[in-house]
Structures are given as structure tokens and as C-alpha cells.
Write a protein of this length. Sequence first.
Length: 265
Amino acid sequence: MTDVPQSFELLPGDAGSSVILHVPHSSREIPGEVRGGIVLSDGELAGELDHITDAHTAEIAEAAASAAGVTPWRFVNRLSRLVVDPERFPDEREEMLAVGMGAVYTRTTHKGVLRGDGFDPGPLIERYFRPYARAMTDVVADRLAATGRAVIIDVHSYPSAPLPYELHGDGPRPAVCLGTDSFHTPASLLDAARGAFTACGETGLDSPFAGTYVPLEFYGKRPEVSALMVEIRRDTYMTEPGGPAGPGLTRLASALAVLVDAVSR
């Protein structure tokens, strides 16, 4: 595999593990050269980061990895999604472009201006987005070569009340939303997730967020690559918005560890 740049980190698991915990939105870190293109004041930016960051999800994944019988691999974005969002399409296929939230955001969660007119996202795509995509592709390929399969579990969170930018915010908001893909989410993976998160409250399917993340090299082509998005409602484990974690974090990490072990078997 290629070396992973400092902007994201690969934390190796057991050699025989096929599971990759992917944590793309947990960081608040924005490099100085990127901060210069954002028009918000420091206070406004702090508020936006409170709303847009999947706070404490890296800690949930870390605790789950420690508790699992077979240690999963972890791929963690160490920069804010306000730098680039590695799970968006970098072109016109991305539906979130409609609200200024493609691979490089130009609008805020409340539809305000984040980056001014005429901003060129190209340099950020080349510097941050494409290396991330290549590295994640390499991790999946490595797990396929080592174990014959790869299981990507995306670890996210979402607010208890919908934010203005959400395209599908009028649907159910369960304690745990499971995002699926018709090709890459087998019934066995979905059943394992439902069972694992039973103790964490109601689970729902594809609402308010749907879909999974699979590197494009494998998307729709390799059924050996399975994927599930785990979206955790923030009021179940933290003070909103952007506050400290509570006891719910331990419960959720334990449930995620159960899922990791179930799919590892």
C-alpha cells in the first residue's frame, strides 16, 4: 500500500481482518492555507464546525476496535470535511452540489456563504481529495488480497433536528440510521447491524441519510466489497451541537464492536 499522507491516517488491524472502520467527518482541523479561502469569522466558523462535524466518531471507532475480538482496520480523516468531503463525488454527479456541498463546500449547513463567488475547488481536490481516494482504494484492495473480501463500515453521526442543508430531512430520525447500497450491502451485514445496535435504541434504514461509501474502482463491480453506513443520532451520546460526549459513547462503541465481530466471523 502507498504511504498515507498526514491529512488522514491508516491504523492497521489484525492481518486476517476484512473490516475497515471508515471515519471521514470526525475532525475540526483546517490547515491555514485552507482557512484563508473561508469567508466566515472565527466565531462563525466555530459554530459551523459544531454543526457539521461528526464529533467523537473517531473515539467511538477507536473504542470499538479495542473491544473487538478481531481488531478491524481504521481509516480516519484527520482534517475537517470543510477542507474536502472525501465521500462526495468531485463532479456533477454529486446531488449535494444543489446546496453548495459537493466535494468542496461553498455553503454552510444553514445555507450561508462559506466560500465566495469564483472560488476554484480544483487545488483542494488535487491536494486532499484525490490522495484520500487513492489511499482508501489501496486499503480496500489490500484487504481483498489478504482475506478475499472487504467490509467497509462508515462511522457517522447526525443532529437530532434537521439542518437547513439536508435534502431529505423530513423523514424518520432513529437513534441509529443504517445507510445501504443495493449492490454492496448484503442482507447478512444489515441483519448483523440491526442485532448489534438493538441496545442503542431504534434502528432505521436510509433516513435521514442513505447510501454507503465504496471507492469507485470497486463500486458496482466487486460484490466481495460490502459496505454499510452507520449514522448515529448525536443526542444519544453527546451534548449538541459540538459538546462533550456522554455515557452513550461507551454503549455505542460496544455495539459497534459486536458488529465488527459478527461480520468478522
